[in-house]
Design a protein around this ligand. Structure first.
Ligand SMILES: *Cc1c(COP(=O)(O)O)cnc(C)c1O
Length: 429
């Protein structure tokens, strides 16, 4: 701390604004503060990388790097925050915006991909620039700072779209906004009748836990039901300070979730993952998603085969509490959304029995009921004995695979719009 700011006190260290003022933003400062001189050639390669993808590391997160025994380059904290020249390797399948967030965007800053919920990018700032950021294309890009006018347009879109019941604030990091500004956005969202839940996605509990101040928490808890998802990737990130931040949030009645990214050389290990998910649950954080690393540019060195993720899920399911098991998802390139993948537990079936295996490899059977009377749904909920007293009943049309399963929908197959065989048929009339 003294190396960073000679006059600094412990109170300064715990002040999030002091932390932000003293972020490491170049290789030279990193070398000086960490006392690790790089060679000329090494420094040149780091500087080339940071020219394309800038650096920002909070002093707090920097202090978690283990720089003893020259093992820094294998350190999971170092790998998440310090540039690697491998980021400049753009491989053929990499894309600037693999999730097509910009294309599924009715107004600037809003991605409306799923029927009932949206992603609302309200900040383009982050305390720490994760090297594995899926929105790397935008990091530090002054042009994409959302203006208040853009945020108001986003709010108007939400107000005019009653199907949206869940708004996910993301960025950038929404907690980089000032308390007052964030409070204003939250109060605007809460004034919209159809918004049931508000979610915040933030990495501050991991990289800047001092951001979780009493004042911030007192603002957040005015806008319940409010959920918060954070982003721990390694058990080493659960320090005393980050646990204290999580504790404050949980005590304010904010349900906490965690979204990890599976990263080569950081957490691609069944033991690390089990330790992480158990430690999260012990701190009242529910592991929510484990993401397969996206196809964004400059991330190829972080990608693992999907088999690694399935192996990790195999090591969790049944071996630890169901509460500790995240859903492993691949965010489909092209904007298809999150697709869950799992080991197979259903081995085979007949009309009377299914054959299953458990986590130990025990193979077992479940006998299907002999007398089940299927309920044929004609979507007339007002006369349906199951639904008519449920005032939340709404007659949604079947969507996707649901169309194929629906009793009254006549669709028997889903066919890609560019299917050649069907185009020929249409020509023949
Ligand atoms: C992830 C995501 C959501 C939220 O998805 P959940 O599965 O409900 O957590 C919403 N919109 C977009 C564009 C997303 O990428």
């Amino acid at each position: 701390m003294k190396a960073i700011d000679p006059g600094a006190t412990v109170a300064d260290w715990r002040n999030w604004k002091w932390q932000l003022r003293h972020c490491v933003r170049d290789t030279e400062t990193f070398e000086k503060w960490m006392e690790v001189p790089f060679g000329m050639e090494q420094r040149r390669r780091f500087e080339m990388t940071e020219a394309k993808f800038p650096i920002s590391i909070t002093p707090y997160y920097l202090s978690l790097i283990n720089n003893t025994e020259n093992e820094m380059s294998f350190d999971p904290v170092f790998r998440q925050c310090f540039p690697s020249p491998l980021e400049l390797n753009v491989v053929t399948d990499d894309m600037a915006d693999p999730l097509h967030e910009d294309r599924d965007s009715p107004v600037q800053g809003v991605t409306h991909r799923y029927p009932d919920r949206i992603l609302f990018l309200v900040s383009n700032m982050c305390a720490m620039y994760c090297r594995h950021c899926t929105r790397k294309r935008r990091v530090g890009d002054a042009d994409s700072i959302p203006t208040q006018k853009e945020i108001m347009e986003g709010l108007d879109y939400i107000r005019q779209t009653p199907r949206i019941r869940d708004v996910l604030l993301s960025g950038g990091d929404p907690l980089m906004l000032s308390d007052d500004y964030l409070g204003w956005i939250l109060s605007e969202l809460r004034s919209i009748r159809h918004i049931e839940i508000i979610r915040i996605g933030t990495r501050t509990p991991v990289v800047l836990p001092y951001r979780i101040t009493d004042n911030l928490v007192s603002i957040l808890k005015k806008y319940h039901p409010l959920w918060l998802n954070t982003h721990f990737n390694h058990p080493r990130e659960l320090t005393g300070s980050s646990r204290a931040a999580l504790n404050k949030l949980a005590n304010a009645g904010i349900p906490l979730g965690n979204q990890s990214v599976l990263l080569a050389g950081v957490n691609d290990c069944t033991h690390i993952m089990r330790t992480l998910v158990n430690a999260l649950a012990a701190n009242r954080v529910r592991p929510y998603y484990l993401y397969q690393c996206d196809l964004s540019e400059g991330l190829s060195h972080f990608r693992t085969p999907i088999g690694k993720g399935i192996e990790i899920m195999e090591s969790l399911i049944g071996h630890t509490s169901g509460l500790c098991v995240p859903t492993y998802v691949i965010d489909a390139p092209g904007g298809g959304g999150k697709i869950p993948v799992m080991p197979n537990y259903l081995i085979s079936w007949s009309p009377t029995k299914v054959v299953l295996r458990n986590y130990e490899g025990v193979i077992t059977t479940y006998k299907e009921p002999d007398t089940y009377e299927p309920i044929i749904c004609n979507r007339d909920c007002t006369s349906c004995v199951l639904q008519h007293e449920n005032d939340d009943t709404e007659d949604y049309k079947a969507l996707g695979i649901g169309k194929l399963l629906d009793d009254y929908d006549k669709t028997i197959s889903l066919i890609p719009a560019d299917n050649e065989r069907h185009a020929r048929r249409d020509l023949q009339g």
